[in-house]
Design a protein around this ligand. Structure first.
Ligand code: AGP
Length: 605
C-alpha cells in the first residue's frame, strides 16, 4: 500500500503537501517524495526512509510551488531505492506522476517504449505509465486525451495523480481498484489516498468510484467516466472525524492511543442503527450457507464471532482465512461476510470477487470509508471506529468483534433462540460496555505494564484459552508477535496435553485467558490446563476475573478484571492482551506503530 496526495492552491503549498504525506505515512514508509511545479519547472525530491528521515535530507517541507504531488511508498515492483521512489518523471521531463497499485501489463509496455528509445531510470511499473502518457501526448497535444489514451493501454488496479507543465493549473487523477478521494477547500483542492491526506485542511470530501477520473483545479473540478467520458455528479460528504482523532494526542504511540480510543470505538459501534444490524442478520436467515472471511486479525475476529453466532443464534458458520478462501465451494444463495479494517486487503478483495462471480451475496464490516471492499459488497456496515494509524490493529478489531456480537444477538432474536427478556438484558449489558472498558483501561494498565516489563525478555509464549477464549488467545498471540517480534503461539488450552506440554519448563511462559467462574465447565477446563503447566514447572500468567481464588493460586502473576457479563468478558480480555503486547514491545524498544516488515494494509498478493 502507498499513500498519494496532491494539492492545487493559490498559495505556496510545499509545507501542506509535506504534512499531507506525513499523515499518510502509515500507508507505506520505505521511501517518499514530492514534486512541485513552479514557473514551468519541476522540483522533484525523493529518497528512501520514513518521511522525517527523507525530509532531513531533501528538505521536502521547504519546497515551493502552488501545485504539487507527493507519495509515501511501500515497495511492490522494484526494490527500495531512490530511483524507484515516487514521484516518477517522464523521459522528456514533461510529466510527473504518483501511483498506488499495480499495472499488471507493464513489462510488455516497457519493452514497447524501450523500442521507441525511451530510457527508464527505475524498475517500477509507474515509470511505464508516465512515459506512455508522454508518448500519447506527442500524438494528440491534448493533455486530457493523452491521459485517457494512456489509461486505455494499462491493466491492473491503481490510483494515479499526474502533474504536467502543459497544464500547470490542474492535477489529473484517476481511480481504479485503489482508493482516491477529493478534498474541497476554498481556493484550493486536494486529492489523496484517504482522508488523512487533507483532513487538516478541509472536511468536505468526495469519494471517487472505480473508472472515474478528475481534472482538478484550485476552484474547479470535473469528474468523468474514463470509458464514456460522461460527467458524473457526486455528493460531497462532510467528514466529522476531527484532526486530533487522526493524531497521537498525548500518547507516546498510536497503538496506545488507539487502545485508549476503545471505549469510543465501542460507543460508535453501538450507534450503528439497529436497522443496519438487522439487514445483515436477515441476510444470514436468507442464505443457504454463510461464511465469515478475513485475514490476520480479522480472521481471528471471524473465529471469535463463530462462538457468538453459535451461542446466541444456534448457528455454526465456517470462518475462512481470506488467503485460503479458494477451498470454499461458493454457490448462488450463499453469503460471504468479509471483515476488513482497511477495506483494501488484497486477499479479502480477491476472495470477495470470487464469491461474487460464484453468485453469492456479499457483505462486509469495514472501517475505511470509500475503500474498495466497502464499495464492492451488496451490504456494508461502516464500523466508524475512526482512523487507525498503528499498523497493529486494536480498536478496529475490537469494534468489529463487538459489531459481530450485535449481529449474532439480532440473528438469535430473529431465529427465536433468545427470548425478548434475554435479548433485552444482553442489549443493556452491551450499552454498559464502553464505560466498563474505560474503567478497566484506567485501573489495569499499571498492572499490565508491570507484568509486561517483568516478562518482556521471554522469547517463547503459549497463549491458551478454551471455547471463545481460544480465538481470543490466537488473536492475542498474533498481536504479541507482530509488535514484540517474540514468539507467541495461540492454541486451545485442551490441546496442550496432546503434545505441547513437553515444551513446558520454567523459561516457557504461558498466558491463560481464564473465563469468569460463572462459565463453570469452561472455567474448569481452563484451570485443568493451567494446573498441568504449573505442575510441570512452567511459568503461568493469567488474565482472570475478581474472586477467582483457584486461578489466583495457579498463577505466578495475574491481571484481575472486574466481574462482567459473559458476552463482554472475552472482549475485555482481548483488550488486556493488546495492552500487554504494547508494554512488552515498549520495554523491548520496538518500532511499535510500524513494526518491521509490515504495512497497515496488505494490498498485494
Ligand atoms: C493486525 O494487527 C494486522 N496488522 C493484520 O493482521 C491485519 O489485521 C490484516 O492484514 C487484515 O487487514 P484488514 O483488516 O485491513 O483487512
Amino acid at each position: 500500500m502507498c499513500g498519494i496526495s496532491g494539492i492545487v492552491h493559490s498559495e505556496n503549498v510545499g509545507r501542506n503537501l509535506f504534512n499531507s504525506i506525513r499523515n499518510l505515512e502509515y500507508r507505506g514508509y520505505d521511501s517518499c517524495g514530492m514534486a512541485m511545479l513552479s514557473k514551468g519547472e519541476f522540483d522533484i525530491r525523493k529518497n528512501i526512509g520514513g518521511i522525517d528521515e527523507v525530509n532531513a535530507i531533501e528538505q521536502l517541507d521547504k519546497m515551493n510551488g502552488m501545485i504539487g504531488i507527493a507519495h509515501t511508498r511501500w515497495a511492490t515492483h522494484g526494490g527500495v531505492t531512490q530511483a524507484n521512489a515516487h514521484p516518477h518523471l517522464s523521459y522528456k521531463r514533461e510529466f510527473v506522476i504518483v501511483h498506488n497499485g499495480i499495472f499488471s501489463n507493464y513489462q510488455e509496455l516497457r519493452e514497447q517504449l524501450m523500442d521507441q528509445d525511451v530510457v527508464f531510470e527505475s524498475l517500477t511499473d509507474t515509470e511505464v505509465f508516465v512515459n506512455l502518457l508522454e508518448a500519447s501526448y506527442s500524438e494528440s497535444n491534448d493533455l486530457e486525451k493523452a491521459f485517457l489514451a494512456a489509461l486505455k493501454k494499462i491493466e491492473g488496479s491503481y490510483s494515479i495523480v499526474m502533474l504536467s507543465a502543459h497544464d500547470p493549473e490542474h492535477l489529473y487523477c484517476v481511480k481504479k481498484g485503489s482508493p482516491l478521494l477529493l478534498g474541497l477547500g476554498e481556493g484550493c483542492n486536494y486529492v489523496g489516498s484517504d482522508l488523512n491526506a487533507f483532513l487538516e485542511y478541509t472536511r468536505q470530501a468526495i469519494v471517487l468510484d472505480d473508472g472515474e477520473y478528475v481534472v482538478l483545479g484550485r476552484d474547479d473540478y470535473q469528474i468523468r467516466n474514463v470509458q464514456t467520458g460522461e460527467v458524473t455528479e457526486k455528493s460531497v460528504l462532510h467528514i466529522d472525524w476531527d484532526v486530533e482523532t487522526s493524531k497521537k494526542g498525548g500518547y507516546s504511540h498510536y497503538m496506545l492511543k488507539e487502545i485508549f480510543d476503545e471505549p469510543q470505538a465501542i460507543l460508535q459501534a453501538l450507534k450503528i442503527p439497529s436497522e443496519q444490524i438487522s439487514v445483515l442478520a436477515r441476510m444470514f436467515t436468507e442464505a443457504s450457507r454463510a461464511y465469515f472471511m478475513g485475514v490476520g486479525t480479522t480472521f481471528y475476529v471471524a473465529n471469535i464471532s463463530q462462538y457468538y453466532f453459535s451461542t446466541l443464534a444456534g448457528q455454526y458458520y465456517a470462518s475462512v482465512s481470506s488467503d485460503e478462501f479458494s477451498i470454499v465451494t461458493v454457490e448462488p444463495g450463499d453469503l460471504v461476510l468479509a471483515l476488513s479494517q482497511s477495506g483494501e486487503t488484497f486477499d479479502t478483495k480477491i476472495s470477495l470477487e470470487y464469491a461474487k462471480i460464484s453468485g453469492a451475496q456479499t457483505a462486509a464490516i469495514v472501517n475505511v470509508m470509500g475503500s474498495a471492499i466497502s464499495m464492492m459488497v451488496d451490504n456494508v456496515i461502516m464500523q466508524g471506529s475512526g482512523p487507525e494509524i498503528c499498523v497493529v490493529s486494536t480498536k478496529a478489531a475490537l469494534a468489529q468483534t463487538f459489531i459481530m456480537l450485535r449481529v449474532a444477538l439480532e440473528l438469535g432474536m430473529m431465529k427465536g433462540c433468545l427470548t425478548q427478556d434475554v435479548y433485552q438484558k444482553h442489549q443493556e449489558d452491551l450499552e454498559l460496555f464502553p464505560e466498563l472498558v474505560q474503567q478497566i483501561l484506567n485501573e489495569q494498565s499499571g498492572f499490565v505494564r508491570n507484568i509486561a516489563r517483568d516478562t518482556s525478555h521471554v522469547e517463547h509464549w503459549l497463549f491458551l484459552g478454551c471455547d471463545i477464549y481460544y480465538p481470543v488467545a490466537m488473536e492475542s498471540a498474533l498481536k504479541m508477535k507482530e509488535v514484540t517480534y517474540q514468539h507467541a503461539e495461540g492454541m486451545p488450552a485442551g490441546f496442550l496435553k496432546h503434545g505441547t506440554l513437553s515444551m513446558v519448563e520454567k523459561a516457557l511462559h504461558s498466558l491463560f485467558f481464564v473465563p469468569p467462574m460463572g462459565q463453570k465447565v469452561l472455567h474448569d477446563r481452563t484451570l485443568i490446563a493451567m494446573e498441568q503447566v504449573k505442575a510441570r514447572g512452567g511459568t503461568v500468567i493469567g488474565i482472570i476475573f475478581q474472586g477467582d481464588e483457584r486461578a489466583l493460586a495457579a498463577c505466578d502473576q495475574v491481571v484481575e478484571l472486574p466481574e462482567m457479563n459473559l458476552l463482554c468478558a472475552p472482549l475485555a480480555q482481548m483488550i488486556m492482551a493488546q495492552m500487554f503486547a504494547y508494554y512488552a514491545a515498549l520495554d523491548l524498544g520496538r518500532n511499535i506503530d510500524k513494526p518491521r516488515n509490515l504495512a497497515k494494509s496488505v494490498t498485494v498478493g
